[in-house]
Design a protein around this ligand. Structure first.
Ligand SMILES: Cc1cc2nc3c(=O)[nH]c(=O)nc-3n(C[C@H](O)[C@H](O)[C@H](O)COP(=O)(O)OP(=O)(O)OC[C@H]3O[C@@H](n4cnc5c(N)ncnc54)[C@H](O)[C@@H]3O)c2cc1C
Ligand code: FES
Length: 336
């Protein structure tokens, strides 16, 4: 397993870098000066103020003036505020497989603060496409962060045509992350384009010596993420539709997972039927699970109520109550 990847939550501006990740993801060290950092009305400016502090010299005006993205991020961070919508620079856009792209963005805030399963909202340059597109943060390195996405509609098609040097508006990171608090054998069960948050978890866990990372990825055909997760995983097994599915992989590894010295904890993301099958498999064996759900979204931060999901606690918002939910909270598991 590669050593030190990134800290779980580094609110300082201290330098850190993933070893393998930094070699594969371009790192930008120069300060970026962009056009106006756009902060349209309605976008949340402040998340929770951790210290409750309001730093002198950082006032609300910072979010409405024309400043570059680094300034927005820097001032918001030092004021313990969540930076607003801002324009960031595209560092790279790689085609990983037909219809699957990796977009690398220069944004120190996302790179330093995004936790596994958190997502960012990407905005179209077309003002008629009001709604941002949520994408899970995949890898981070230095001041850059990547997302991996499938081209499925107008927004993702537009993002697939971005070139290095282009700008794109972003908001985030948003949502709640996987709970990686306990020492465990984290079994990452991903399907299709559900793998980015699991790669983020693998990168984060690879910095620790009290955990093991077992990645079980299922693809329709091309194994586009194996090379990305490989440096962070102690064990990687992948399967394509023609060979079977992730439940086949879980069955194959059952003895090893259940009998391991470290208790297994499943983290999963992918199509809902796959995750429900994983929940059933895990609950029959008493293995705890956390699922990162995908739901159609509007705002991404809790105001539009587009993204609700039925849970045992009633209807909850995937964007702010999730996207991560446990089996118990969802009422999934045996017999469901
Ligand atoms: C928390 C979260 C994380 C995600 N992470 C990834 C990822 O890492 N990689 C990836 O490929 N996809 C991811 N998705 C799905 C991705 O957001 C959609 O594929 C994308 O929004 C489609 O946009 P579009 O304009 O191309 O499609 P269109 O169908 O043209 O979109 C129309 C509208 O519907 C919304 N929409 C359409 N499909 C989805 C969807 N599945 N989920 C949410 N909103 C949708 C769009 O955001 C847009 O507002 C994630 C979704 C969520 C909720
Ligand atoms: S997307 Fe608006 S409330 Fe969740």
């Amino acid at each position: 397993m590669p050593a030190a990847a990134r800290p779980e939550d580094d609110a300082s501006d201290g330098a850190y870098a993933g070893k393998e990740g930094i070699q594969r993801m371009p790192t930008v060290t120069t300060s970026m000066t962009t056009e106006a950092a756009k902060t349209s009305t309605g976008v949340p400016r402040a998340g929770t103020s951790r210290g409750g502090a309001h730093v002198a010299g950082v006032d609300d005006g910072v979010f409405s003036r024309t400043v570059d993205a680094d300034t927005v991020v820097g001032r918001a961070t030092s004021a313990h505020r969540f930076p607003g919508r801002r324009r960031v620079e595209v560092v790279a856009n790689d085609r990983l497989a037909p219809g699957v792209h990796r977009l690398v963005l220069h944004d120190a805030y996302i790179a330093r603060h995004a936790k596994p399963a958190q997502f960012i909202d990407l905005y179209s340059a077309n003002p008629l496409r009001l709604m941002p597109r949520p994408l899970g943060v995949c890898e981070t390195s230095g001041d850059v962060a990547s997302v991996v996405f499938a081209v499925v509609g107008t927004g993702t098609e537009e993002f697939s045509r971005l070139s290095p040097g282009d700008g794109v508006d972003v908001l985030g990171p948003l949502g709640r992350s996987y709970d990686l608090g306990r020492p465990a054998n984290y079994v990452l069960v991903g399907g299709g384009l559900g793998v980015p948050p699991l790669i983020s978890a693998a990168q984060s866990l690879s910095a620790r010596d009290d955990c093991r990372v077992t990645a079980l990825f299922g693809y329709r055909d091309a194994r586009f993420a194996d090379d990305i997760v490989h440096p962070y995983a102690d064990r990687l097994e992948s399967i394509v539709n023609a060979e079977g599915n992730v439940i086949d992989l879980l069955d194959r590894l059952e003895g090893e997972l259940i009998g391991s010295d470290l208790p297994p904890v499943i983290l999963s993301c992918g199509p809902t039927p796959m995750m429900k099958a994983v929940a059933g498999w895990a609950s029959q064996r008493g293995v705890p699970c956390q699922f990162s759900l995908e739901q159609r979204m509007g705002c991404g931060y809790g105001t539009c109520v587009t993204c609700t999901v039925d849970t045992v606690e009633g209807r909850l918002k995937v964007c702010t109550d999730g996207p991560v939910f446990t089996t118990e909270r969802l009422g999934w598991g045996e017999g469901r």
